[in-house]
Design a protein around this ligand. Structure first.
Ligand code: ZN
Length: 122
């Protein structure tokens, strides 16, 4: 049995798995996809992280990732090339001004944060 707490603003969701052995794959399926991803969509703070390829910044908002293209204040969903129209508008200081389009045509990515604080897509 494995248990873990997901905490936000003083409230914790306890997740208990009844598996004897937990592998990385079953952890992703049973915990990350079922519990962490839906929860992440309630976190409406903006988070800026270095992009995976080392250049540029990725913005995480409600479990989705965004990239800026021409301007530091206009953010487009990372799946823009796949036709997703979701976008955000921030100030130069990184505060949310407006959600230009909030609906995505795809589920949120599975994000994993390593011990260095870097965020990876699984
Ligand atoms: Zn999208």
């Amino acid at each position: 049995m494995v248990s873990g707490g997901i905490s936000l603003q003083g409230k914790t969701v306890l997740v208990i798995l009844d598996e004897v052995t937990v592998t990385a794959a079953s952890y992703v399926e049973r915990v990350i996809r079922l519990h962490v991803i839906p929860f992440s969509q309630k976190i409406d703070v903006l988070e800026f992280v270095p992009s995976n390829r080392g250049k540029g910044i990725t913005l995480i908002y409600k479990g989705y990732t965004y990239a800026h293209i021409h301007s530091k204040t206009r953010w487009y969903c990372s799946k823009k090339a796949k036709g997703c129209k979701a976008r955000l508008h921030t100030t130069d200081e990184g505060e949310l001004v407006a959600v230009g389009e909030s609906s995505h045509n795809h589920p949120p990515p599975t994000l994993f944060r390593d011990s260095d604080g870097k965020v990876h897509r699984l």
